[in-house]
Design a protein around this ligand. Structure first.
Ligand code: TTP
Ligand code: MG
Length: 386
């Protein structure tokens, strides 16, 4: 029997969890965002709020205009990740082949079942998630990941969509190419420039021609447009290694004041390094992200002399990257990402120079004060913006 793949996507995940914590929110236009009183963006919105045009990624100021009676809630990542892990446990009751895909998505794979069985299993999963977690999800079922993923989006919320072999184009032929999973705005506009607007048109286009245009990726495009995909479902759960650790910050007001920007950068470095140490990693590359007032983003990275988890060393590199890449444009957002993570255990060496020793003692002290009294209990003067 061919394999059958399920894609599970929770409905309005963050806002549904908020409704669980406060049942009075049920049926109301709930909008989960960063700090609702500062300049932040919408993470997600309940389906009631979406009727007013609220979308993920939209600035909160615009969301307030579209939905003035909306209930704006500051998101709580820890709560959502906790729930996400609990849901994965429930999914594992059905098969060990569960691949967590994002905070609210997972792929499941079954062998030795047909689409009739898959339909029943899909309904059982929905029932079980409702029973255990009081949440709804949408499920797509197909014989591969790409088609299952696209199917789960077809009947949201609380949907169950099965796309059997050979039916992909029946469902998606008239969809815009940009709806194909994995296709970004650049690829879709390049396709449109040669007259390929729909998935159906792309599926009929010559794969060789696509290879000429896009290299080997062109052949993939053709496969995807025909609903062909052989990527495996990779089950994993514990010990997921992060690829990077980072933080970013949208300024309350655009600024080009170097002191302010460096102060923000230092705080971001501190936050990132603290997570690095908590998770017992060192990093060997620092990346800085700068978004200017006109939403143009640049990222620049630099490899360190040796792997570290020390605020000062990482800030020194991050500061250089920031200063070298500032123009006269006002800045909207600054971000820091620490990459090339390696296990700190077994790599760390004791500092030789007194200045290094001092740095180590101070960082450890700050960490222990924060562990005991909270993240904001102690601050470097340089991170306080006046
Ligand atoms: P999604 O599954 O894309 O959205 P959703 O679960 O809220 O709604 P849907 O019913 O359409 O699936 O993303 C899952 C969560 O990830 C979402 O609840 C909030 C978060 N998220 C962001 O924080 N920013 C974003 O831009 C997006 C798309 C999601
Ligand atoms: Mg979702």
């Amino acid at each position: 029997m061919p394999r059958i793949v399920f894609h599970i996507d929770m409905d309005a995940f963050f806002s549904s969890i908020e409704e669980l914590s406060n049942p009075k929110l049920k049926g109301k236009p709930v909008i989960v965002c960063g700090d609702p009183y500062k300049r932040s963006v919408v993470s997600t919105a309940s389906y009631e709020a979406r009727r007013f045009g609220i979308k993920s990624g939209m600035p909160v100021t615009l969301a307030r205009k579209l939905c003035p009676h909306g209930i704006f809630i500051r998101g709580d990542a820890k709560k959502y990740v906790y729930k996400s892990i609990q849901i994965l446990k429930t999914l594992r009751e059905f098969t060990p082949f569960v691949e967590p895909f994002s905070v609210d998505e997972a792929f499941l794979e079954f062998e030795d079942i047909d689409f009739e069985d898959a339909h029943d299993i899909g309904n059982s999963i929905k029932r079980r998630i409702r029973e255990v977690h009081s949440l709804t999800c949408s499920i797509g079922i197909a014989s591969n990941k790409i088609v299952a993923k696209m199917a789960s989006d077809l009947n949201k919320p609380d949907g169950l969509t099965i796309i059997r072999d050979g039916e992909f184009l029946k469902f998606f032929s008239d969809f815009d190419v940009e709806n194909l999973w994995g296709i970004g705005p650049k690829t879709s506009s390049k396709l449109k420039s040669i007259g390929i607007k729909t998935i159906g048109q792309l599926s009929r286009f010559s794969p060789d021609h696509l290879v000429k245009m896009f290299g080997e990726y062109g052949r993939n495009l053709w496969f995807i447009a025909n609903g062909i995909d052989q990527s495996p479902v990779i089950p994993y759960f514990i010990g997921i290694e992060p690829k990077s650790i980072g933080h970013e910050y949208t300024l309350p007001e655009d600024s080009s004041d170097l002191k302010t920007l460096l102060s923000i950068l230092l705080r971001l470095v501190e936050q990132s390094c603290r997570r690095l140490r908590q998770q017992r990693y060192l990093c060997d590359t620092v990346m800085v992200k700068i978004k200017t007032y006109d939403f143009k983003t640049i990222t620049r990275q630099k490899k360190l002399h040796s792997p570290t988890d020390r605020d000062e060393l990482i800030f020194y590199t991050a500061r250089g990257l920031l200063i070298d890449n500032l123009s006269d444009k006002m800045i909207r957002l600054v971000g820091v990402s620490l990459k090339g993570l390696i296990d700190a255990d077994g790599f760390k060496t004791d500092p030789i120079f007194p200045s290094e020793k001092r740095m180590l003692i101070i960082t450890d002290l700050i960490d222990s004060i924060r562990d005991r009294f909270g993240e904001d209990s102690i601050k470097r003067c340089a991170t306080i913006i006046r």
